[in-house]
Design a protein around this ligand. Sequence first.
Ligand code: ADP
Length: 311
Amino acid sequence: MATKSSRNLEEPESSTTVEEKVVKVNGEVAIRRYNKGRFLGKGGFARCYEFTNLETRKITAAKIVSKESLKKSRAKQKLMSEIKIHRALHHANIVGFEHFFEDNENVYILLELCTNQTTNELLRRRKRLTELEVQCYLHQVISALKYLHSHRVIHRDLKLGNFFLSDKMEIKIGDFGLATKLEFDGERKRTICGTPNYIAPEVLDGKQGHSYEVDIWSLGVIAYTLLVGKPPFETSDVKTTYRRIRMNAYSFPDHVPLSEPSKSLITRILVNDPAKRPSLDEILAHEFFHQGNSIPKLMPPSTLACPPSAS
Ligand code: ADP
C-alpha cells in the first residue's frame, strides 16, 4: 500500500513510500520499501516514477498501472502479456526487467532506469541526426531485434518514443505492450496494432496476417525520421497517413542533404510487400553501414544537445 511517509498532508507526491509484501518460502511475510521519487513520464496506461529500494538504495524506473484501469479484461490481458514477454528478455539494448508486484491499488513494474529520455526527445532537440549517429543507433536497435526475433518475439510498436537512452547513451528498446511471441515461425498474426506513422501496410491490409517484417518496416520509418527530421508518411490526419502508407507515397525532401546509401537503404526497406523487405543481416550488410568511417559503439552525451564533432 502507498503511504505518506510524512504527517504533512501538503507534501508533494514525491515523498511517498510504497510497500511491497514479500512472502518468503517459510510463509513469513517481509516488507520491502521503496521511495517513490521523481516523475519520469506517462504513457497510455502507466505513470512512471523513479523508485529507490530503501534497503539496497538501488534506483529503478517504476511503471505504475492502476488496478482501476485494468477493470476491462483486455487491458489486464495486455499488461499480463507485456510482463510475461518482457521479463524473459535479457539483452544490453533492451530495457532490463527487474521485478513486478502489486498492492491493493496498483501494479508496479520495476525497470532498468534510463536517465536520458527517449530518441523522441533527442530528435525534438536536435531536429535531425547525422548519418554517423543513425548508423550507431540502428546498429544497437538491430542487435536487439536480432535477439527478439530469434526468440520469436515481434515488438510491433518500434518508434522513437520506445527507444530509451541510458546514462551511457546506450539505446534500450522498451514498452512491450503490443509485442507478441509466435508459437512457431510461420505463424501469422492478425491483430491490428501499432502507432499510425510507423504501422506497416500489411497490418493495415489485414488479409494475410503479419509477422517479423512489420518490425523491419518500422526500422525503415525510424531511419527516415532520424535522418530527415519527420516521419515519411506523416499528415495531419490518420486516414490520410494510412492511405499514403498503402500507396507507398513518400519522398526525400530537397532541403535535407541525404547520402545515396541512406536513401538506398530506406528505399530497400520501405517496400510494401513484406516478403521483399531485407532481413536484419541484409540491412547490416548494406553500404549505409560500410562507408569507410568506423561506427562508434556509443555517442557521447554532448550529442543530446549538439551534433557530434566532424573529426
Ligand atoms: P505505456 O505503456 O503506458 O505507454 P510507457 O512504457 O510508454 O508507458 O512509459 C511511459 C513514460 O514513462 C515514458 O514515455 C517515459 O517517459 C517513462 N519511462 C518508461 N520506462 C522508463 C525507463 N525504463 N526509464 C526512464 N523512464 C521511463
